[in-house]
Design a protein. Structure first.
Ligand code: FUB
Length: 459
């Protein structure tokens, strides 16, 4: 009996070990961006890249505290590179400067990029750039939209129909729209308060067209907000409510849809409180952008999902480690932050009088923190790895595969050699890096280790 039960216990343990997911250290529900609080996702597909514009909840926000808009890019839907703040309240000299940088959306027309920005309580402004990365400039010097009640003028979403007519929709708790002129910075006709506002419409409209039908997704009635949608045969309604794309959940008080087609798949973005909830049960407006694949039914309606999936979307392709990878490219991270520093700021800070480039880099790196980059394709194998770092107290970057304590393929030592704050490249040999792997960059050392700009493998 004793032998049998021991054998049974061993068998059960072995079966369980085989069926459990690998101990990656990554929590099951994982918002896309961990180094900052982000909200109101507005994805734009341009030249094979997803440009994700988001609003930005400050780290110490209690209620809404929002000063600028950030940009992230991806070509595989799992690894996202931070591109910094592309616009801020400072770009609108006429607007209040202390708060109110709410949900933006960017659209391209004839090689120009138009970023529609609400200044909460001040109307909706528009910025224009020659590139999706900016720099964005205010061509009007005043608000584009100030409707019947300026506090309702939030969440602008532009849409250009196949006939070239552009529209701007916005509003909470009403849905408004207006026809934009071809210049995208002026409009014709009256602002219309949409009379067929769909069931449980609250805010955050997002309009797109598919197979001749128009879709309007939106944040459903607060609180909590999910993502509902309606359909119409015309861009100006009437809108017929079709259901929920993502159900309302106690996990997120607010929500805000952003929907794209990319490389043959559809994606729905939204936001939640999943990141801040790992730290506290208190409620703060410190939100985090989420995203999942979205599927249509044969009749054009959209399949409902209860919440963002645990596994997230599948990676499209892989990441090439043989080109320079900015350290702020990640599928997941723990502990680290990012910072942009201009050439001037760094010279001043370190008083070195040297010419150094403007950089966005990973900072606040301590023992045990890590960055995970998904689906890195080493091909037949790598021989060495080089990193760009600026030492503080020094430490080691361990490159591991599969999980946070997985096989070590390289260890780069960054010395604390009295040259603190100076960017330098350091390299190390690589062993056993072959094929496609999730790579964990695990930081080891004492105190604050270093700042980290980029990494690159060599064959
Ligand atoms: O982020 C500020 C506001 O919260 C947005 O404008 C709304 O859509 C809601 O997400």
């Amino acid at each position: 009996m004793q032998v049998h039960s021991t054998l049974a216990a061993i068998t059960i343990a072995l079966v369980m070990a085989a069926t459990l997911p690998a101990q990656t250290g990554i929590p099951p529900q994982r918002p896309m961006i961990q180094t900052k609080y982000t909200a109101d996702p507005a994805p734009l597909v341009y030249n094979d890249t997803v440009f994700l514009y988001v609003s930005h909840d400050e780290d110490d926000a209690i209620g809404f505290k929002m000063l600028d808009w950030l940009l992230y890019t991806s070509t595989d839907m799992v690894n996202w590179q931070e591109r910094g703040a592309v616009a801020s309240l400072k770009d609108f000299k006429w607007a209040r400067q202390d708060n109110g940088a709410w949900a933006v959306q960017c659209i391209e027309r004839n090689g120009k990029f138009y970023l529609y920005c609400p200044m909460h309580g001040g109307g909706i402004g528009v910025l224009v750039a020659d590139s999706p990365y900016g720099p964005f400039k205010d061509p009007l010097g005043k608000a584009l939209i100030t409707g019947e009640n300026v506090w309702h003028d939030i969440d602008p979403t532009p849409f250009i129909d196949d006939d070239g007519q552009a529209y701007l929709y916005w509003g909470n708790p009403h849905l408004f729209y207006v026809k934009l002129n071809e210049d995208m910075i002026s409009y014709s006709g009256e602002i219309v308060k949409e009379p067929t506002k769909p069931t449980n419409y609250q805010e955050g409209p997002w309009v797109w067209k598919r197979n001749g039908m128009y879709y309007l997704a939106y944040a459903s009635t607060c609180c909590p907000e999910g993502i509902g949608y309606a359909m119409s045969a015309s861009p100006v309604g009437p809108w017929e409510y079709k259901g929920m794309i993502v159900d309302a959940s106690e996990k997120s008080r607010g929500n805000h849809p952003g929907i794209i087609e990319y490389k043959g798949k559809s994606y729905c973005f939204g936001h939640s409180s999943d990141l801040i909830k790992r730290e506290t049960t208190k409620f703060y407006e410190r939100r985090s952008v989420d995203m999942d694949e979205m599927e249509y039914n044969a009749d054009g309606t959209i399949r409902n999902r209860h919440y963002w999936s645990v596994e997230g979307p599948a990676q499209l392709g892989s990441l090439n480690p043989y080109r320079r990878v900015e350290a702020e490219t990640m599928a997941w991270s723990e502990g680290v932050k990012t910072r942009f520093e201009s050439e001037y700021e760094r010279n001043f800070m370190w008083d070195r009088g040297k010419k150094l480039a403007d950089r966005l880099f990973v900072t606040s790196i301590h023992h045990g923190d890590y960055i995970m980059v998904q689906g890195v394709d080493f091909g037949k194998g790598a021989k060495s790895v080089e990193v760009s770092v600026a030492s503080k107290f020094g430490g080691t970057i361990e490159f591991r595969t599969g999980q946070v304590n997985g096989p070590l393929i390289a260890a780069v030592t960054v010395k604390s050699d009295g040259d603190a704050g100076v960017w330098k490249t350091v390299s190390a040999p690589v062993k056993n890096a072959k094929g496609k792997q999730d790579v964990y960059l695990v930081f080891k050392g004492e105190k604050e280790l270093f700042e980290f700009d980029w990494w690159q493998f060599a064959k």
